[in-house]
Design a protein around this ligand. Structure first.
Ligand code: G3P
Ligand code: CA
Length: 269
């Protein structure tokens, strides 16, 4: 029944595929997104944004290509053409021999445009502005890309596009550009552990939700956050016992590398 409820409904629990189905396939590749969307049935595709030297938004977690490709160096110093020549899949086979597949070899780094070209309105997106201080203009470019694909806040279901960041400044920039896009403030464990009602009052002025490290959540601060009417989506919850504990505390969704596991936990309730 919860599927009928809107994505922003506080009684709905959402399943956010962290970097796609990144437990099973190389993170932030179209293959990982397709697996989470079609097979694992996640509600959201999570996308981390970086920006190339020639100003293209790409899906990548790190500021350098070192960990997730066969190249080296900073994204900001490379053109999209240079990044497109990199292999973004083979590293996964080495790092995860139990899930290795030949088809992962040679996968490319996707652009945000390519992701939107593929899924359009048929997916929900949870997009993070990463290192916004390194990439001036990233927020405006993101908003333009959404517009170009008919994904502005006035053209999608509420919550179909969520914007998340550790940077409050970046979220406030997004809010200035499109006041109706739902924003989620990301937070490390220590900061959420030290959370106060006053800090939540401020957060409420611009964000619909909080995305903290699950390691900083307790029954008590979960209740306090929820009492402020905020959605609560902890990252990155990969073990079933932690998923169950988070649900018991009262979170409204999780970021997970294993969306299938979280669906199993939800269906067993
Ligand atoms: O965006 C939620 C979570 O992904 C934040 O941590 O480092 O995985 O982007 P990170
Ligand atoms: Ca992220």
């Amino acid at each position: 029944a919860h599927q009928q409820q809107g994505l922003l409904d506080p009684d709905r629990v959402v399943n956010i595929a962290h970097r796609g189905a990144s437990g099973y396939a190389p993170e932030h590749t179209m293959t990982a997104y397709q697996l989470s969307h079609k097979k694992l049935k996640a509600d959201y595709i999570e996308i981390d944004l970086q920006m190339t030297k020639d100003g293209k938004l790409i899906a990548m977690h790190d500021e350098t290509v070192d960990r997730t490709t066969n190249g080296t160096g900073a994204v900001k110093d490379k053109t999209l053409a240079e990044i497109k020549r990199l292999d973004a899949g083979s590293w996964f086979n080495t790092a995860n021999p139990e899930y290795a597949k030949a088809e992962y070899m040679g996968l490319q780094v996707p652009t945000l445009d390519e992701i939107f070209d593929t899924y359009g309105k048929h997916a929900n997106y949870y997009i993070e502005t990463k290192s916004p201080e390194v990439y001036p203009g990233m927020e405006a470019k993101l908003l333009k890309t959404l517009q170009r694909h008919g994904l502005s806040s006035d053209r999608v279901k509420p919550g179909q596009v969520m914007i998340q960041s550790f940077s409050q400044e970046s979220l406030l920039k997004v809010k200035q550009l499109d006041a109706r896009l739902p924003l989620v403030q990301l937070m490390d464990a220590a900061t959420v552990k030290a959370m106060t009602p006053e800090a939540l009052d401020e957060l409420q002025t611009y964000a619909v939700g909080l995305g903290p490290s699950f390691k900083g959540l307790t029954r008590e601060n979960t209740a306090m956050i929820r009492e402020h009417g905020l959605l609560l989506h902890p990252y990155t919850v990969n073990e079933k016992v932690d998923m169950e504990r988070m649900l018991d505390y009262g979170v409204t969704g999780v970021f997970t590398n294993y969306a299938d596991r979280f669906n199993e936990v939800l269906h067993a309730l």
